[in-house]
Write a protein that binds this ligand. Sequence first.
Ligand SMILES: [Zn+2]
Length: 253
Amino acid sequence: MNDWNAQALVLRVGHFREIDLWLKLLVQGKGLMTAFAFGGSVSKHRFCGCLEVFNTLQCRFRRAKRRDCYTLEEAQLVAGPNQLRQNWSRMGVAANCLRFLETFGTTDEHCEHVFSLLEDLRHTLEVSNPISDLLPLLFRFHLACTTGYAPDLWHCSLCQRPIQDASLFVVNAGQIFCPGCQNQLSLPEQQRFAIVLDHKILSMLRRVAQELPRAWYTHDLTGTQRQIVARTIDGFIQYHLGIIWRKGSFIRI
Ligand SMILES: [Zn+2]
């Protein structure tokens, strides 16, 4: 049999031909996948009206005989947003995070965590009030940290002592240095993209690296601290993942 069942989370939906849909999905145990749902926009019997962005579905897939593509034969709603679809601003945050994931990709190894991450993000966007204005950036940082790109924000890269005070984070090296070691860096100053991170920013970044979105509060940061966080994460993602935001979409550089 070519059919198989799995849970999937819908990242994007598009139309092709009159009543058919294509879907970008995060599929449990498989990763990112495109599937075609023939009759997807009309068949209530096979799809129950559940083919919408950010829904978790129980799916039956079929592999096409000749090509490396899949059709979605049936789907049932497992979980989805309730009030969130009426909130355009929050759906915009969700879309930004889902686009970033599409560009970054995922592996079999990390798929289960990324699935949990998206379900927690959906819950957070649904119930948290307010949400952090930095949430899309924090999502990128968490995704990087949990898929093999985590910088050590706990120990000085030179002396290995625990970092406790404001310290120098060299973004392009992905390393942090305690105040005592900052004069001994081998990387010349002109080749560093370095930012001083105070204790509050470090605590927040550590929390984001390790915990799911419901724990990502930033209301205790000042405007200046938020700008520092934004520069740090933007730079980190650009240097280490090679992804930037340009003309309305994420691209790899
Ligand atoms: Zn040190």
